[in-house]
Design a protein around this ligand. Sequence first.
Ligand code: GTP
Ligand code: MG
Length: 138
Amino acid sequence: TNRTFTMIKPDAVKNGYTGEILDKIIKAGYKVIALKYTKLTKQEAEGFYAVHSDKPFFEELTNFMSSGPIYAAILEKEDAIKSFRAFIGATNPVDAAEGSIRKLYATSLGENAIHGSDSDENALIEGSYFFSKLEEVE
Ligand code: GTP
Ligand code: MG
């Protein structure tokens, strides 16, 4: 499909980069379908990242993701999943391409500024974790 799900993570929000990141997302041609400012509880972060529950970094990840407010959004653009993952850059900012969101704004592998869904199926699951159908603007 042509939709992806993103979160501006607690580090980027805390560091004051929300406006710049949203501006870049919109200027890169992503249409905002839904947008929400919220804060995950530890339990909600564990639910969102359930696929990583057996990873050694699960505790660190879910502590971090529940440590402060985030922005969650559903975005639309042609080939959204693939193009958005290129746009945000590699998971570790050290490896992220010049000009990518993670290169510009991420702190570390763990605190890497932004999320992007890795498949159409996960984009739907993740988007519906935060938004009801009524909150999507076509
Ligand atoms: P997301 O868009 O956030 O899903 O990133 P990704 O798809 O590039 O990475 P992945 O799904 O494999 O991991 C999810 C998140 O876990 C990453 O974005 C990192 O924030 C975090 N993460 C991955 N590996 C590590 C690690 O070795 N240590 C820590 N602390 N966090 C990690
Ligand atoms: Mg991922």
